[in-house]
Design a protein around this ligand. Structure first.
Ligand code: FES
Length: 63
């Protein structure tokens, strides 16, 4: 995974920023949206953001 890849173009949010939000305690899509702003403008990235939140949440629980 490239942490610098932009997931949300509207808010310039990267993979890494979503990962950081999850690792710093955000457990749901809504919380990640609040912290990063991802998915709060046009909504086109929401599926990707949601998938990443699920992926990082799973990763975090294994570490
Ligand atoms: S691309 Fe994420 S809200 Fe538009």
């Amino acid at each position: 995974m490239n942490p610098d890849k932009i997931v949300c173009n509207c808010m310039n949010v990267t993979n890494g920023a979503i990962r950081d939000a999850v690792y710093s305690g955000a457990g749901t899509l809504e919380e990640v949206q609040e912290i990063t702003g991802a998915g709060t403008v046009c909504g086109a990235c929401l599926d990707d953001v949601k998938r990443l939140v699920e992926q990082f949440t799973a990763e975090k629980s294994q570490s």
